[in-house]
Ligand binder design. Structure first.
Ligand SMILES: O=C([C@H](O)CO)[C@H](O)[C@H](O)COP(=O)(O)O
Length: 210
């Protein structure tokens, strides 16, 4: 099980500074969609240059022109690139093909997918690397989470790694770990903590214990 830190509400210098504190405790750093919107793929490039040994995920949430966008994120130094599960199969296949060419990985974000199990089976058969259940900020605000959806994909996904994201905190991490995802994604649960370093360290400890 791995820990991914999502950076959503920072600029590039803030991201690089913040990582000085928590880099030892995480496996992957996510350059979040808001950061990509504000700073472009330059954010991926500069974070990768600053932390060459850390895996970098570019949260592009691709919906179309998938092969091209995967190529550009790969050129910027991303190791993992996200596409939406609601995208057309052609887009998913295009993303997977380009990622294989570039020796990168594709994570599918299941945000807004209605038939979680059915779509997860289809995506698994298309050769994606990760399938991630995700409650975005707007549904977190009305009290939702993805813990039940995680159990659903764990039942049907045979090849891809499973991941979970959306409002996970230190207090809810044990429940997430029980479902045994391959990847746990945490943003505000670390960046909003009073002591980021101690929180990331504790999360890493719990995750390593499994
Ligand atoms: O993907 C995300 C969201 O849609 C904003 O871009 C977040 O990175 C993801 O939800 C993880 O962040 P937290 O919910 O703060 O843990």
């Amino acid at each position: 099980m791995e820990l991914q830190l999502a950076l959503d509400l920072v600029n590039i210098p803030q991201a690089i500074e913040l990582l000085k504190e928590v880099e030892p405790y995480i496996d992957i750093v996510e350059i979040g969609t808001p950061v990509v919107i504000n700073e472009g793929l330059r954010a991926v490039k500069e974070v990768k240059q600053a932390y060459p040994n850390l895996k970098v995920l570019a949260d592009l949430k691709i919906m179309d022109a998938a092969g091209y966008e995967v190529m550009k994120a790969s050129e910027a130094g991303a190791d993992i690139i996200t596409i939406l599960g609601v995208a057309e199969d052609e887009s998913i296949k295009g993303a997977v093909a380009e990622a294989k060419k570039q020796n990168k990985k594709i994570l599918v974000d299941m945000i807004s997918v209605k038939d979680i199990e059915g779509r997860a089976k289809e995506l698994d058969a298309m050769g994606v690397d990760y399938i991630c259940v995700h409650t975005g900020y707007d549904l977190q605000a009305v009290g939702q989470n993805s813990f039940e959806d995680l159990k659903k994909i764990k039942r049907v996904v045979k090849n891809a790694k499973t991941a979970v994201a959306g409002g996970i905190k230190l207090s809810t991490l044990p429940e997430v770990i029980q479902a045994k995802p391959d990847l746990v994604i945490v943003g505000g649960g670390i960046t909003g903590a009073e002591d980021m370093k101690a929180t990331a360290a504790e999360m890493q400890k719990l995750i390593k214990q499994g």
